[in-house]
Design a protein around this ligand. Structure first.
Ligand code: FAD
Length: 317
């Protein structure tokens, strides 16, 4: 029988929606049991949320002071020990999962299947390659644990209303001391989280400076949207790295994606492949972004964005 262990992602005592999406992926594997592992210094609030996900049998808590920060080096040996006996180990294909899961796979002596978009069976998976330009079906060897990351943009979150049991787990492992938590720097945005937002306004190199990039915030706030950016905008220092959308940034699936002064390079498009409606503003009518945009406007964003914001706010009053 399939036995799936999912590694929960959480922050500030709240379960990240990526975990509920991993549960949906686990349900697609076939008949079996699904457990969720929560690692934290205080697991209770997150474990309670995880236990409410439908389809989950048990939530296993690994509670110790060393787990207060999600350090992959510290979490990995504990998860590897806990995963023994399971047929599948899943984590989200987010920054957290991409950092953690390969370490766990290495400790378990197996390869990792990355970015699972769909499960055709318990051992056959669909995943993107070449920045999403091609999809391949891969088959994992049965008889050894399958370690996989789940492309969160490809799955709906599992519903709530479940009543899984919560159990304390104990693993005997020596934690590494070569990696220590020093500090966390977080932009106090007050805007929706880019990874889970239903609307996203993104800017590219065209913004030309960090100062100009602030133009987008007004429009984002008028739309109740999160802010994203192309890698060119991030590399140029207009915005922090955590706002990058694309192959080497965040893969997102909002209802609305507004691309402002973004050319539409394939590495950017791979991050918005699952966006429902794409709106693009670019002064070059030949820009590749127009090939994927549902609504395109050829124009100068420095004129279009303030006008859009004005109209949106006027609509509200
Ligand atoms: P540009 O390509 O320079 O486009 C700027 C656009 O703005 C142009 O189309 C121009 O016509 C338009 N413009 C200029 N002025 C105005 C104006 N006033 N009004 C309106 N439009 C205007 N990129 C990502 O975004 N995310 C990734 O995760 C990512 N990962 C990568 C991974 C690898 C391995 C590699 C090789 C590249 C990656 N890239 C990624 C980079 C990618 O190839 C592009 O270089 C990048 O996306 C370009 O960003 P941009 O569209 O902002 O800039």
């Amino acid at each position: 029988m399939i036995q799936v262990l999912i590694v929960a992602e959480h922050a500030n005592g709240r379960l990240n929606q990526s975990t509920a999406k991993c549960v949906s992926c686990a349900l697609a594997l076939g008949e079996g049991a699904i457990d969720i592992a929560v690692l934290a210094a205080d697991c209770a609030p997150v474990a309670t949320e995880a236990a409410a996900l439908q389809g989950v049998r048990r939530v296993l808590t690994l509670e110790r002071p060393e787990n207060s920060e999600p350090l992959a080096a510290v979490y990995a040996p504990q998860i590897a020990a806990l995963a023994k006996g399971y047929t599948h180990l899943l984590g989200p294909s987010t920054t957290y999962g991409k950092d953690l899961m390969p370490r766990v796979a290495a400790l378990l002596g197996v390869g990792q299947i990355s970015d699972v978009m769909a499960a055709e069976s318990a051992y056959r998976f669909l995943r993107p390659v070449y920045a999403g330009n091609a999809l391949v079906t891969v088959e994992a060897a049965a008889g050894q644990i399958v370690v996989a990351t789940v492309r969160t943009a490809s799955f709906q979150p599992a519903a709530g209303g479940g009543q899984a049991s919560i159990e304390r787990a104990v693993v005997e492992v020596t934690l590494p001391v070569h990696t220590r938590f020093l500090s966390r720097t977080q932009a106090a945005a007050g805007r929706p989280d880019l990874q889970t937002a239903t609307r996203v306004v993104s800017g590219g190199r065209a913004l030309a400076s960090a100062e100009n990039f602030k133009l987008l915030y007004g429009l984002a706030d008028a739309l109740g949207a999160a802010v994203g950016a192309s890698r060119a905008a991030v590399d140029a220092g207009y915005v922090p790295n955590e706002l990058q959308v694309g192959q080497t940034g965040k893969i997102i699936a909002p209802e609305l994606y507004v691309a402002l002064g973004i050319s539409g390079a394939i590495q950017h498009l791979t991050g918005i492949k699952d966006a429902r409606t794409i709106v693009a503003v670019n002064k070059d009518s030949e820009a590749p972004i127009f090939e994927v945009a549902d609504i395109g406007l050829v124009g100068d964003l420095f004129q279009v964005v303030p006008e859009l914001e004005r109209l949106l706010r006027a609509e509200r009053t």
